[in-house]
Design a protein around this ligand. Sequence first.
Ligand code: L34
Length: 292
Amino acid sequence: MILLDGKKTSLLVQETIAKEVNILKKKGYRVPHLAAILVGDNGASMTYVNNKVTACQKVGFTSSVLEMPKNISQEELLKQIHRLNEDDSVDGFIVQLPLPKHIHEQEILLAINPDKDADGFHPTNFGRMALGLKSFIPATPYGILELLNQYHIPTDGKDVVIIGRSDIVGRPISILLSQKPWNATVTLTHSHTQNLSELTKKADIIIAALGIPKFLKADMVKEGAAIIDVGITRIADTTTKKGFRIVGDVDFEYVKEKVSYITPVPGGVGPMTIAMLMKNTLNAYKRKYKIQ
Ligand code: L34
């Protein structure tokens, strides 16, 4: 079994970006700038945004975080987005999800200038991606593709089963893997899927992105399969310093004995998400200044 090391791979991606930033600097360009809007005080969201800021420092980007109270109005949040849309010093920005219940998420994402949409969540970018046109690819699916690529895991003609149809992970990765150059045969499963095990047991690659800890058991996977675990649920654990531990959607201890490749949680898809957000930000910058 080979562990798909997202931490190590994310560092490789970030090193490449850092080199490019250095070249830009030498040429007298300013460095790329990523902004993030963080609403409320969700612990996980705060950690993820912090990790994004740290990555910006690592690759040499400018970053800024706009922290908003959890009772912010729809109107005020839209105003902040318009401000970032118009701020020429900001190349890309994200609105960290989830948002509080009273906020209309679709309207918020629709307000982001597609050229600055480093998450690729705007319908224009999602539509472009689905048509195979140039677009920002959502960071988590992009990270999964990069991990498969770095470890030379073939997808061409392979059976891929995805568990979970979210707008951020399941749906976009299903579209991407079915396209060229990946050429996989994709099955997108969800809570209404019948006989899920029958499908997963035939899969060469399984992507678990449903958000239920340890959902994918050893008896659901084929010997030698590749397993991508996107789950990152926090479970209370008083024996740890932080008071919780992070558990993936895969029953790792048992599944790992049976498969060829598997991502750990943490240290798998999470760090790749961060690295590919950096890549999207650099791409937004390069497109803006027509570099390459
Ligand atoms: N707008 N909202 C927007 N864009 C995104 O791309 C995200 N996502 C998801 C949640 N909301 C979002 C993220 O950034 C999930 N996500 C994310 C980012 C980073 C990590 C996990 C999820 C990450 O760094 N994970 C570490 C452990 C972090 C910890 O200690 O909790 C890991 O090793 O998996």
